[in-house]
Write a protein that binds this ligand. Structure first.
Ligand code: HPA
Length: 260
């Protein structure tokens, strides 16, 4: 079992979650990594009894678009601070009919449509080429904990789903969403990759808590507006925070990720 004081749970907050209320704040650290600076200082604190490190993916205030986030620096900063389990909180669009605004999705798969992002630590001056296994991009033990907490708290959620990671920052066309749907995607977002694979490359457990903030393009009778997105964040973020608060102790107690 991890020593919880030594191994905080990492929480990467996305749109709608740039600060974590409920966190008993202990400090804020500006750090650097061989891959550059992370999006924001690491905020340390406790949630319940569990030590956590919070990182605002888009900076605080929210200013870094999804394709310009330094994902490598973010993951490496958390790793260097002792984090071995990470929850990525992501705002997403809903494609599956059951996944409408304010619904929570704990995906089990991802398809990567992003391009041109620095998406591996294994490049540059290397001794050899490394291909990590990525069959199951999300940690199953961690997913079970999130799912149990969502169920016990009565938060409307889906216990599986395929996350389609798009480049952004623009939203998709209706035809692009139909294509993602044919591919099997249930939700669409811009930040799921390369975050998930970089965590895996560092040997960390990684799970995603997706909050649907709009129907994906062409899936409703109107275009997507910021007002709609903000309303869904207002409605759904309380459930996300509740799941996080209830789940961190279990996540912090997980053994190190088994080597693949
Ligand atoms: N598409 C891509 N990313 C998103 C969306 C969307 O509809 N909503 C929130 N993030």
């Amino acid at each position: 079992m991890n020593d919880q004081t030594l191994s905080p749970v990492g929480i990467i907050g996305g749109t709608g979650l740039t600060t974590l209320s409920g966190l008993t704040l202990e400090g804020e650290r500006t750090v650097d990594t061989p891959w550059g600076a992370p999006s924001a200082p690491l905020v340390s604190g406790t949630l319940g009894q569990q030590s956590v490190l919070f990182l605002a993916r888009h900076g605080h205030p929210h200013r870094i678009p999804p394709h310009q986030v330094n994902y490598r620096a973010n993951l490496r900063a958390l790793y260097d601070a002792g984090v071995r389990t990470v929850v990525g909180v992501n705002a997403v669009g809903g494609i599956h009919p059951a996944m409408g605004p304010a619904h929570v999705v704990i995906p089990d798969q991802i398809i990567d449509y992003t391009w041109g992002r620095a998406s591996t630590f294994f490049e540059g001056e290397l001794q050899g080429v490394t291909h990590i296994d990525f069959t199951w991009p999300y940690d199953e033990d961690g997913r079970r904990i999130l799912i149990d907490c969502a169920r016990q708290a009565g938060v409307a959620h889906s216990a599986e789903g395929v996350y389609g990671a798009t480049q952004g920052p623009r939203l998709e066309t209706a035809a692009e969403i139909r294509r993602l749907e044919r591919d099997g995607c249930d939700i669409v977002g811009m930040t799921g990759m390369p975050e998930a694979v970089l965590a895996a490359e560092l040997g960390m457990r990684y799970v995603c808590l997706g909050l649907v903030v709009n129907w994906a393009a062409g899936k409703s009778d109107h275009i997507i507006t910021m007002a709609e997105i903000e309303a869904a964040i207002d409605e759904g973020m309380a459930g996300v925070k509740r799941i996080l608060t209830d789940a961190v102790a279990g996540l912090g107690a997980l053994s190190p990720r088994p080597l693949s």
